[in-house]
Design a protein around this ligand. Structure first.
Ligand SMILES: *Cc1c(COP(=O)(O)O)cnc(C)c1O
Ligand SMILES: [Zn+2]
Length: 410
């Protein structure tokens, strides 16, 4: 049973069949999935959703696949945790963390988009998937295509973190390191996509891929007791996640699953790659591409595919955008680890540091309900902090040696 009617151009509104296409033939605008919301309204209620297994497919009417999920059955429904200690450290009372650093199976929110995209690619009859990745997408495409038993070609900037490279190769994929940054990789992949019959998950079937991100937003609303927060802070690369979290909230509102949405959406980027937050701060509604230079490689996209819509989402919701230095990112990673026992990657350091800044600026208030999006795991970017956390105390295997360092208690 499918509630997908087809695709629609976000700019001129022209409609298309359900096909593996992503741009409008007439105006080159991006395509998005059209759903049969009346049908969904009849099929979905809080009770129906709550009765289903705790994974992203509990919202399956709102995910653009026709049949059953083919891969990633356990993806999603990650913890939403009350972050009292971090809240105390930052001076706010009502802080939560949506924690996709423990997403199954590859420890980032990309499992949501990839489970959707690979299922869709298999429905379209592809035997090979591909992607242009900043790292986490590579891990997820490699793992989930292995699960689906289909071939994969994965393109990354050659200088990615070692854990992201290892965490891709282990699944037996074809990994191609391109000498250049993500934007170079992406440009090359658009050319390759035109020459090979492969499903590029974040290019040729991007409309379907993107809607997998919506589940991050649905879960926040459900886990808060069927309401949306006052503020949500989202790390931004291509701007897919941030636009889809907003879309998710608005869909739940439209379907009557929650009340009126009064959420401000905040974009978080690194200063070394801030095309979206710079535009927001300067009051522009268009992107000026930049050359990335930051340790937050997973969100280092200088020319974001959905950047225009990212800016629009933030402005429409009444939010804002901020960016932080690499130094602040490292402090953010350490602060989250020390206060909440959650080890996030550089993108999570960005979100925490930006949240701190927004609180200091008074844009996020003490008593407001605020959700911080943690989208990836720290064990994948150990380079960022490895020489910033001290070393273990080394002792001989003798009581005396321990007491020499730590003193005698009795
Ligand atoms: C890809 C990624 C993002 C942002 O993704 P977009 O949807 O492209 O904006 C955020 N955090 C992490 C860890 C990512 O890997
Ligand atoms: Zn169009």
């Amino acid at each position: 049973m499918s509630y997908v009617n087809g695709l629609k151009c976000r700019e001129c509104g022209r409609q298309y069949q359900k096909e593996p296409i992503h741009v409008c033939e007439f105006c080159f605008g991006p395509l998005e999935v059209i759903y049969d919301y009346d049908g969904i309204k009849n099929a979905l209620s809080r009770k129906v959703i709550e009765g289903r297994p705790k994974n992203m497919w509990r919202y399956r009417e709102l995910i653009p696949i026709d049949g059953e999920p083919r891969v990633g059955r356990d993806v999603g429904f990650t913890p939403l945790v009350r972050a009292k200690n971090l809240g105390n450290a930052l001076g706010v009372d009502n802080l939560y963390i949506k924690n996709d650093s423990v997403s199954h199976p590859t420890l980032s929110f990309k499992d949501r988009v990839v489970a959707t995209a690979i299922t869709k690619a298999m429905e379209f009859g592809y035997d090979t998937v591909a992607c242009a990745s900043t790292g986490n997408l590579a891990n997820s495409v490699a793992a989930l295509s292995a699960e689906g038993g289909i071939k994969s070609y994965i393109f990354i900037p050659a200088d990615l973190e070692s854990s992201k490279i290892l965490g891709t190769l282990i699944y037996g994929t074809n990994l191609i390191g391109v000498k250049g940054n993500y934007d170079d990789v992406n440009r090359l992949c658009s050319e390759i996509a035109a020459n090979y019959r492969w499903a590029f998950v974040n290019i040729t079937i991007r409309p379907y891929y993107g809607d997998g991100s919506k589940t991050f937003g649905y879960e926040i609303a459900e886990q808060l007791g069927w309401r949306t927060p006052d503020n949500v802070i989202v790390p931004v690369a291509g701007s897919s996640l941030i636009t889809k979290v907003w879309k998710a909230f608005k869909e739940f509102e439209m379907l009557g699953l929650i009340g009126k949405v009064n959420t401000k959406v905040f974009a978080a980027q690194a200063k070394g790659c801030s095309p979206v937050t710079s535009a927001i701060k300067e009051g522009r509604n268009f992107i000026k591409p930049v050359k990335p230079n930051t340790i937050a490689k997973s969100i280092a996209i200088g020319n974001p595919a959905d950047g225009y819509y990212g800016i629009k989402t933030v402005n429409e919701s009444g939010g804002y955008g901020e960016d932080v230095t690499d130094e602040e990112i490292i402090d953010g990673i350490k602060l989250l680890a020390k206060t909440e026992g959650i080890f996030t990657e550089t993108a999570g350091g960005v979100t925490v540091a930006v949240t701190k800044k927004l609180i200091e600026q008074g844009r996020i208030k003490k008593n407001e309900l605020t959700v911080v999006s943690i989208t990836g795991n720290g064990l994948k970017t150990i380079e960022a902090v490895s020489n910033r956390i001290g070393n273990p105390v080394i002792i001989e295997p003798r009581l005396g040696s321990f007491q020499e360092k730590f003193g005698k208690l009795i």
